[in-house]
Ligand binder design. Sequence first.
Ligand code: DP6
Length: 321
Amino acid sequence: MITATALAHPNIAFIKYWGNRDNALRLPVNGSISMNLDGLFTRTTVSFNSTKRDSLSINKQEVTGKGLDRVSYILDLVRKMANINERAEVTSENNFPAGAGIASSAAAFAALALASSRAAGLTLSEAQLSVLARRGSGSASRSIPAGFVEWQMGKDEADSYAFSIAPADHWNLVDCVAIVSSSHKKTGSTEGHAIAGTSPLQNARVTDAPRRIEICRNAILKKDFEAFANIIEHDSDIMHSVMMTSNPPLMYWQSATVEIFHQVREWRASGLPVGYTVDAGANVHVICLGDSAKEVEKRLRKIPGVSDVLVAGVGGAAKVV
Ligand code: DP6
């Protein structure tokens, strides 16, 4: 086969990946845990053919420069593994709005890893696909397996991959993403990982990571929402403390971001099962039990500064379509 199409979901991290021990290989300084976001996806088609160079189109727009280079880097790894020389035509579409604050790189590189390896005639294991996706974007390693996923930091390159700790139907969690308008141009994750070590707090964050992973994994396996909400908020706050104290400092929060933190904690204290987590941006992922999703969405929409709310359940694995 020379053409293949794959679909992958973005994911939201509950225990965060922030900082690499090897930036080129994207070998992280700590393990992380996430869930895939159902309903949101990237669909990517890769065709190896006789064209002169690789080409990339995202949402029908031609992409060149750094965006294309990052894709060619993955295609080169695949060409080497499959022992082929053909250049590729890559066409990708997201069903979620750009600028909605959902990191598209995780779904994008997971779909690219699967589509390109299949198109090149390779049948990689889930772990090998996760490693390949990781080389394009660290968090993409977690968009290969289904449901609730852990990415182990691993001992070496082949050992740093993600695996499912529970299937999508294990626990009916819903992510209500509160979109907070931000006029600031944010620093991307790749640049952020590179300066994480400049914060004096990063060492403490990394040393304590196995403890947080353990608590989060157990909370998911036991469906203990209170323990789960406490640990994801704690982990997100620790990562943002590192970001704010790195050089240069990264402050992703807006005032509405902080307002949502206060509200979410009040709602939980009064019995609504909710907890927050924030990636490298201002938007707040408010995680709740499925039964409460409608109520949470309604409350979030009333908070000044929230321009929209996206709602996603737990998603499955990346797949060939
Ligand atoms: C804050 O995976 O986007 O979302 O490897 O440079 O592509 P690159 O970084 P990326 O970093 C994600 C950072 C985060 C936390 C997380 O998803 O674990």
